[in-house]
Design a protein around this ligand. Structure first.
Ligand code: MN
Length: 201
């Protein structure tokens, strides 16, 4: 039985960049629905219920065929959103430092160019999906996925991810996705990104 994790901060903690209304809707309704539908899909398969969500999404090819699409969508939704909440933190002028900054500079030239490339990719995703910074063969790379697909199903480790479904921003930013992405940079939890980078090496 998978459970909806609490947000690691108050609902209004990311305001004004991400409003309390969005956080309530996004976490309490959308994320809860992914968890409920994942549990429903796994009802017949107790062996799969005891695995971690990472193990399930990493091994989608082995999920029973009759539930594989439900698990891909709702299990992916549960995993992606669980990471997403942790990848954000209240804005206090945080920027990447230390080893994380070094690897960003090595991979993208400098921080400004990294943010520019990530933002451009995020803005051009057609329809619903996610923009990621992943580790792929020990290198940092940008990656986009459609729907709720996770990079870990393709053997890559996400260290930062941005939800680009309209439900993530429409209440506050309407059709202005670039404004949402620009605002989101203020609430990136770089400490969490560093932690994920360390754990992957
Ligand atoms: Mn979402």
């Amino acid at each position: 039985m998978f459970m909806l994790p609490d947000l690691p901060y108050e609902y209004d903690a990311l305001a004004p960049f991400i409003s309390s209304e969005i956080q309530h809707l996004h976490h309490d309704k959308h994320h809860r629905t992914y968890v409920d539908k994942l549990n429903k899909a796994l009802e017949k398969y107790p062996d799969w219920q005891s695995k971690s969500i990472e193990d399930i999404i990493r091994n989608l090819d082995n999920v029973p065929a009759d539930i594989s699409m439900a698990v891909r969508n709702h299990g992916g939704g549960h995993l992606n959103h669980s990471m997403f909440w942790e990848m954000m933190a209240p804005a206090r002028g945080q920027e990447p430092t230390g080893a994380l900054l070094d690897i960003i500079q090595h991979s993208f030239g400098d921080l400004i160019n990294f943010k520019k490339e990530f933002t451009e990719n995020a803005v051009k995703i057609f329809g619903s999906g996610w923009q990621w910074l992943v580790i792929d063969n020990k290198e940092l790379k940008l990656m986009s996925t459609p729907n709720q697909d996770s990079p870990i199903s393709q053997g890559k480790t996400p260290v930062l991810g941005l939800d680009l479904w309209e439900h993530a921003y429409y209440l506050q930013y309407y059709n202005k996705r670039p404004d949402y992405v620009d605002a989101w940079w203020n609430v990136v939890n770089w400490e969490e990104v560093s932690k994920r980078l360390d754990q992957s090496s």
